[in-house]
Design a binder for this molecule. Structure first.
Ligand SMILES: [Zn+2]
Length: 173
């Protein structure tokens, strides 16, 4: 069988993808949203639930350990970021909202849905870590092994992966 150069190239490329899937570029930016100051100030919202507070606290630390471009730090009552809980009977575990298209310094909220409960703390941490990824300006990804994917295993993927770290480094050069 004669193998053309292009076929050989595809075979080598597929081999590389199988050997190290984390090397594939996947991160996406959430529009043009980003934190334009290096110190990302946040405060607790009035509805924050205990489990969510614990999860957010762990995820803030996870993000601060994973990269040095943007640091989450607790601010006062005028801090632009609000971490909170809400209750809604829906398939949504949490969401992050910001009205701004460029800098998020003027206001953003990340919330977790109290309707969803788990006996596993990592599950909550996966949701809070994902929402904080949005707060830093990351969008969704398809690949199931990354934190910004909707298809991730929330018991196992609960910290920023190398893909999210690459994204942060690319957004905040
Ligand atoms: Zn999301």
């Amino acid at each position: 069988m004669k193998v053309s150069r292009i076929t050989l190239f595809i075979i080598v490329l597929l081999g590389a993808l199988i050997i190290d899937p984390t090397e594939v570029h996947a991160w996406t930016q959430w529009g043009k949203r980003k934190q334009c100051v290096s110190n990302v100030k946040w405060r607790w919202g009035g509805q924050i639930a205990g489990k969510h507070k614990t999860a957010f606290s762990k995820s803030l630390s996870d993000w601060n350990k994973a990269q040095k471009k943007r640091k989450f730090s607790k601010g006062g009552k005028n801090a632009p970021g609000v971490l909170d809980s809400y209750y809604e009977k829906s398939g949504v575990y949490g969401y992050t909202y910001s009205p701004h298209t460029t800098c998020l310094n003027r206001g953003w909220v990340a919330k977790m849905n109290k309707y969803w409960k788990s006996s596993n703390d990592n599950w909550y941490r996966s949701v809070s870590g994902h929402e904080l990824g949005h707060a830093l300006g990351l969008g969704h990804e398809e690949m199931s092994w990354v934190l910004m994917s909707h298809r991730r295993n929330r018991y196992k993927v609960y910290k920023p992966t190398s893909d999210e770290i690459k994204g942060i480094k690319a957004i905040y050069k």
